[in-house]
Design a protein around this ligand. Structure first.
Ligand code: NAD
Ligand code: IPM
Ligand code: MN
Length: 363
């Protein structure tokens, strides 16, 4: 298997966590005799400083010429006063648009070992396995017009979707549900917004193609509550861009830390893989970051871009095993209730890598 992987590590903890993900991919390649070629390019704040733009042309070119892009995170406090189109985040939105992936898969599942780390009670989170399918190229993030008019002291953004933009992401959600527990929850605000009414009507239309999948609708406000009260009731959750952004961070509470969540964006020219978390400026450069979201994103590269299901599963199993053995990054050991062994970013990466090695070599 040959894969060209572009790493855009970005800012803050981005380089720290992607380093660990890449090290594991290299291990998998050497064990299985695969050829993974890695290239690195700048994005975000680091690119603003060095290239004067959050997404240099050469990063776009390299991304489009690769089989998969692994992104760390972008953003930093020093850029907070910039206009949206000048910020590090603009680079991320632009690369998403260039690559064309519209379905951002954000799995959130409970790890038994981390139940003590979640503020939710163990009996609530036990067995939770949710796949948030976030529409990634539409809605308020990309809709026009958008402007802050300083003269009139007003600002506006536009939440806009076409029927086809909704249909294509809904179809992915139903297809994924067919391979899971056959339930789709579509989240909208159809009691207030026309866009959501279009969303709901389109999802109902697409659902007719999938008679074996149950469809339910929830309003986003109620959904944010149900997600905490009864997360086990949900399988695939499909929703528009901003709602998906918010609900996926909320879903991370189930796993115990935002640092655990991976994502894969599919449907475009090149798939994009990124942990759900941001650049975490508060802990950057200290070796405190949890690399497991990035490592699990590497597993998704193997699954969705490499067709290497066994290797993807080996990484996911290794993460579980390392947690079972009591190893934790600081975010997963908040009160250290059971005398966990607290590891740095690098040490955690190494533990998972060693475990992957044992699993794959003895397979
Ligand atoms: P954040 O996700 O960076 O951090 C939120 C909280 O979670 C912080 O307390 C942080 O320390 C913690 N956290 C996040 N990831 C962690 C990890 N891997 N291990 C341990 N703890 C972790 O969100 P924020 O603070 O709201 O945003 C910081 C910057 O990141 C902003 O500029 C924002 O725009 C950007 N951001 C980027 C991405 C991305 O690049 N994909 C995603 C979200 C936020
Ligand atoms: C995410 C982030 C991004 C988003 C930001 C940094 C542009 O929050 O990937 O969840 O809102 O999509
Ligand atoms: Mn987010």
């Amino acid at each position: 298997m040959k894969l060209k992987i572009l790493v855009t590590a970005g800012d803050g903890i981005g380089p720290e966590v992607t380093n660990e993900a890449v090290a594991i991919l290299k291990e998998v390649a050497s064990i299985g005799g695969h050829t993974f070629e890695f290239d690195a390019k700048r994005i975000g704040g680091v690119a603003i400083v060095q290239d004067g733009t959050p997404l240099p042309a050469e990063t776009i070119e390299a991304a489009l010429a690769s089989d998969a892009v692994l992104l760390g995170a972008v953003g930093g406090n020093e850029f907070n006063s910039l206009a949206p189109d000048k910020r590090p985040e603009a680079g991320l939105l632009r690369i998403r648009a260039e690559l064309g992936g519209f379905a951002n898969l954000r799995p959130a599942f409970a790890f038994k070992e981390l139940a003590v780390n979640s503020p939710l009670r163990p009996e609530v989170v036990d067995g939770v396995d949710i796949l948030v399918v976030r529409e990634l190229l539409g809605g308020l993030y990309f809709g026009k017009p958008r402007e802050w008019n300083h003269a009139t002291k007003e600002a506006w953004n536009t939440m806009r979707y076409t029927r086809d933009e909704v249909a294509r992401v809904a179809r992915i959600a139903f297809q994924l549900a067919q391979k899971r527990r056959k339930k789709v929850t579509s989240v909208d605000k159809a009691n207030v917004l026309e866009v959501s009414q279009l969303w709901r009507a389109t999802v109902i239309e697409v659902a007719a193609e999938f008679p074996d999948v149950e469809l339910e609708h929830q309003y986003v406000d109620a959904m944010s509550m149900h997600l905490m009260n009864r997360p086990r009731d949900f399988d695939v959750v499909v929703t528009e861009n901003l709602f998906g952004d918010i609900l996926s961070d909320e879903a991370s509470v189930i796993t115990g830390s935002l640092g655990m969540l991976p994502s894969a964006t599919i449907g475009g020219k090149v798939n994009l893989y990124e942990p759900v978390h941001g650049s975490a400026p508060d802990i950057a450069g200290k070796g405190l970051a949890n690399p497991l979201g990035a490592i699990l994103s590497a597993a998704l590269i193997l699954r969705h871009s490499g067709g290497l299901e066994a290797e993807a599963v080996a990484i996911e199993k290794s993460v579980r095993k390392v947690l079972e053995q009591g190893f934790r990054t600081p975010d997963l050991a908040r009160s250290n209730p059971q005398g966990f062994t607290v590891l740095s970013t690098k040490e955690m990466g190494t533990k998972v890598r060693e475990t992957v090695k044992t699993l794959l070599v003895h397979a």
